[in-house]
Design a binder for this molecule. Structure first.
Ligand code: ZN
Ligand code: ZN
Length: 161
């Protein structure tokens, strides 16, 4: 049964976290430039990130997300979360990114929407590619660090694995 997951209360985007249902913070309400440039809605509860090509301020990011989107139209394993933007069932795929030295990062799983160009990244997946945090347990510092990791990844060629 489909029901609207949009939250219409005034000061939010109307989008909710597909994992825990809390309101996502829109890029425009963020002070982090990486979030604004890349159109990242983020969850303060689980530190997950929602990306959407149309929401990205940088055309580079937008084109990158469109390229990633192609990988979800035909391929990918249906996942049990719905796209916060259009409510289609999302699919999950493994990605690696090619570093400048030609080596590949460890694969991470990214949920993508087969209908619109939206992506969901669990914080755990980004953590696997992050440098170890120096013991900081501050959620805001951590979210910032993950946004930086994600921004670096978006600069690298993507490889479906
Ligand atoms: Zn969440
Ligand atoms: Zn969608």
């Amino acid at each position: 049964m489909k029901h609207s997951r949009r939250n219409m209360s005034g000061d939010t985007t109307g989008y909710v976290c597909p994992r825990d249902g809390t309101n996502l913070v829109p890029p425009s309400a963020s002070e982090r430039s990486a979030y604004i440039r890349n159109g990242i809605h983020h969850c303060d509860t689980c530190s997950g990130m929602l990306l959407n090509a149309d929401a990205a301020a940088s055309s580079f990011c937008s084109e990158k997300l469109q390229e990633m989107h192609e990988g979800f139209v035909e391929e990918g394993t249906p996942d049990d979360i719905d796209c916060p933007f259009c409510e289609s069932q999302m699919k999950v795929r493994s990605f690696s990114f090619r570093r400048l030295d030609g080596s590949l990062t460890e694969p991470i799983e990214i949920d993508g929407c087969p209908s619109c160009s939206s992506f969901w990244l669990d914080a755990d997946e980004l953590h696997r590619l992050s440098p170890p945090s120096n013991g900081s347990s501050d959620a805001k510092v951590e979210a910032n660090a993950l946004a930086v990791v994600l921004e670096i990844l978006l600069q690298l060629p993507v490889v479906f694995v």
